[in-house]
Every structure is written in C-alpha cells, then in structure tokens.
Ligand binder design. Sequence first.
Ligand code: CAA
Length: 283
Amino acid sequence: MNVKSIMVIGAGQMGSGIAQVCAQAGYSVLLNDLKAEFVERGLGVIKKNLSRQVEKERMTAEEMETVFGNVTASTDLQDAKNVDLIIEAAVENKEIKTKIFSQLDEIAPEHAILASNTSSLPITEIAAATNRPEKVIGMHFMNPVPVMKLVEIIRGLATADEVYQTIEDITKTLKKVPVEVNDFPGFVSNRVLMPMINEAVYTLYEGVASKEAIDEVMKLGMNHPMGPLTLADFIGLDTCLYIMETLHEGFGDDKYRPCPLLRKYVKAGWLGKKTGRGFYVYE
Ligand code: CAA
C-alpha cells in the first residue's frame, strides 16, 4: 500500500516526536490535538529539535524549512478523511483510545490504516471498536522518538498481513528498526521494563537505598543510560502506574502489583519531569 499522508493524533511528547520523524522522512503530516495551543506546543518542540540539527550542521536551514513545511496543524478529527495512515498517540487510557478509534473509523477513508502508539493496551480490543479490525495495528515508538531506534509493531488478532508489511516498511523509511510482537499486556518492552522500574520504587519504599544510590547502581552496574527512577520521571509516573495496572489486571499476578509509593506520588500530582517533580525535582 502506498502511504503518502499521515495524521498523528496527540501533540504531546510522543505525538510530536512521531510527527517529526514522519516529516523528516518526507511524508505529509497532520499533527492533531484537541486545542490549537497543544498543537502549537508540539510544533515548537519539533522546531527546536530541527534547529539543533541545523546548529550541528546535520541539516541545512532549507532542509529544515522543507521538513517543517511537511507538518500541518489540525484540531479537527474530520481532517482524517484525507489521509492514508493515522498514528494515534493520545493519552494512555482505554476509554479515550477506543472512542478515538471508533470516530476515526467513521471518518477515515476505507483504505486507511489505523495505528496506535499505545504502550500497553490490547490492540485487539482497540480494533474491536472499529469496523476494520484487519487495518488496526500497534506502532509503539520509544521516548525520545527522534533518538530511539525501536518501533515495536503489534499484531492484533485480526491484523492483516499486508497491513503488517506496510507498517514494517514505513517504519524502515523512518530510519527505525521494526520488531514484531504479539498482542499481550505490555507487549515486550513494557512487560520487561516496567516491573524493573516498579521494583526500583519498592527498593526506595523499603529503604534499601537512596534514590540516587538506586539509580547509580543501575547506571554504573548495568550500563543503563539512565537510572530507573530518573527514567520513570522521564516517562511520567502516571504512565508508569497505568502500565503496571494494565499488567496487573491483564495477567492477574501479584508480581505486577504497583508499589504504593508510586501510587502516592501520582496522587500527589508528582508525575515526573513534566510536572517539575517526581522522584527528583526539576527546575
Ligand atoms: N528529543 C530529541 N532529541 C533528544 C532528546 C529529546 N527529548 N533528548 C536527547 N536528545 C538527543 C540530544 O540532542 C543528543 O543528540 P546528539 O547526540 O545528536 O547531540 C542525544 O539525544 C543525546 O542527548 P544528551 O547528550 O543530552 O543526553 P544522553 O546522552 O543522556 O541521552 C537519552 C539522552 C537518549 C534520553 C538517554 O539518556 C537514554 O537513552 N535514556 C533512556 C531512554 C529510554 O529508556 N527510553 C525508553 C523509555 S520507555 C518508552 O518510551 C516506552 C513506554 O511505553 C513507556
């Protein structure tokens, strides 16, 4: 299938990154969010990232203009009627995502593929909210999207082979590495990563070590680029909690029980870097 135009739903840290890499690969991109100010903020992040590439002489100012020109702002879901692929990167919440997918199913052209950047929710269930489950697929990018090479591609129960193939090919055009996984809670990435983060929070909760010590052990001892508590702040503690709850509910095994300290931080509104405070304080 020939994909030329892509709509990205959600202009937050994931959506803006996805829009950027799609625009850099030459696709015509619509960046959509509920409010114009959210889209403006996303466009601002893209501009800042591209400007850094120009400063580092990896891109000319003209190339930057071309890439930036590939992105158009949208606050109307009806704009989906003219695109070939939609990548949804809205908030990680099943009710919100299924509602968006059932609306997109009504609006998008028949040939359009509906992909979700969900980090843990069942693709099969999201697909069931549409009349085209064979064209629904998971396309899970990692944060920060412009830097991270992986895209987990998740087949729902009904995903068609040609849809999988198209998404795999597109991922390669974005200069990313596709990895195929099946539809189980947390897929591979978050099934392995989140219990590690949750265990780091338990380690803090139980007073085994200070937050700095826990992060230092994992950074220097395991060669991780960031310690798990720093990484949790970077991902967002609300997202970490939501994913742990999805694993706990999906597998019914207490080994996925979210740490009470993680719940407490989320209740306090200490969501990490984005709110200025999580395990650490950010100026
Ligand atoms: N957007 C774009 N580019 C960014 C960026 C951002 N938000 N943050 C950093 N970069 C770029 C920098 O510009 C820099 O580029 P150059 O090398 O071209 O100059 C490069 O990344 C390295 O940045 P820094 O030198 O500032 O810092 P660093 O070496 O510590 O790297 C990092 C930063 C890439 C984020 C690194 O710390 C890292 O890999 N951290 C772990 C990230 C990770 O695990 N991500 C997965 C999260 S889980 C997830 O996404 C799945 C989910 O569902 C929750």
